[in-house]
Design a protein around this ligand. Structure first.
Ligand code: TIH
Ligand code: FE2
Length: 295
């Protein structure tokens, strides 16, 4: 699954036409049939989306809005202490609601005037090339279902909390939005599967799970850390390595646990100079050289 797709779950259609999104055993909702059916129905909406038309709205339940309220409140406190300034700047510009789950169409309408980004709904699996490639067009594929209420502090798959609190706040910053677009351009430019996976791993270790030195402290800017009030309290204890393209593009990871290996940028400008410049210019040959084992 990680080879073929972004880290979202495979989608299948049942005989009656309804759809089912695979759920991993490690997910807290695995043994909850009500949750699973709810997740499937929300995913189905995404498949009904017609490009160019508004994203179908989800009628979230009071319980789902309550999960958002709990996570938003916890994260707001954690972010003040542990998120990089550029991300906090995005939070201020976007001013997401804290009391209810916003619709992806609303998030798009708030983001577009800031950085040009809009959201697209994703049922589950989005092919790597499609997920990253569309970033070049300022489009971000997003799930709409929310994490299981029993474990609000961390979920092993992207959900609307991660996509919106983690990513949209970053996409509201001009500097981060530019980096997302460059990743998209790189994904479109490279031809081989290996090169595409290298580009996606650099994305994983930066825009998903990157950390940065700021004011003599270690802060987070990766959306996956910034959407989990469990993981955000632990990242400083992890194995923190210097920003290195070859290492990021070849290190393996498991998405279902807190990330134990993280890469540190020394500043926003350092991230742009190393990773932004890489995405802006990389091709298959350059990546093949970087991916060579060091002898
Ligand atoms: N673990 C994140 C969270 O709890 O918000 C969600 C994910 C991001 C990337 C992979 S899983
Ligand atoms: Fe993500």
């Amino acid at each position: 699954m990680f080879e073929e797709a972004q880290y979202l779950a495979p989608v299948t259609r049942r005989a009656d036409g309804s759809i089912e999104v695979e759920l991993s055993r490690s997910h807290p909702g695995f043994a909850d049939p009500v949750y699973r059916e709810r997740r499937n129905r929300i995913a189905e909406l995404a498949l009904r989306h017609v490009p160019g038309e508004p994203i179908p709205a989800v009628e979230y339940t009071p319980e789902e809005h309550e999960v958002w309220r709990i996570v938003s409140a916890e994260l707001a406190v954690a972010h003040r202490e542990l998120a990089v300034a550029e991300y906090l700047h995005g939070c201020e510009r976007l001013a997401l609601p804290k009391d209810r789950i916003p619709q992806l169409e609303e998030v798009s309408d708030w983001l577009e005037p800031l950085t040009g980004f809009r959201y697209l709904p994703a049922a589950g699996l989005v092919e790597l090339r499609e997920f990253y490639g569309t970033l070049a067009d300022s489009l971000f594929h997003s799930t709409q279902y929310i994490r299981h209420h029993s474990v609000p502090l961390y979920t092993p798959e992207p959900d609307v909390v991660h996509e919106v609190i983690g990513h949209a706040n970053a996409l509201a910053s001009d500097r981060f939005a530019a980096l997302y677009r460059l990743a998209g351009e790189a994904a479109r430019r490279v031809e081989t599967r290996e090169a595409l996976e290298f580009v996606s791993k650099v994305f994983w270790f930066t825009l998903e799970f990157g950390v940065m030195a700021e004011g003599g402290e270690l802060k987070a800017y990766g959306a996956g850390i910034l959407s989990s009030y469990g993981e955000i309290r632990e990242f400083r204890q992890m194995d923190i390595r210097p920003l290195d393209l070859a290492a990021m593009g070849t290190t393996t990871y498991d998405i279902t646990h807190y990330q134990d290996v993280l890469f540190r940028a020394e500043s926003m400008a350092h991230l742009e100079d190393v990773v932004g410049a890489f995405w802006a210019t990389c091709d298959d040959d350059a990546i093949a050289r970087l991916a060579l084992p060091v002898s």
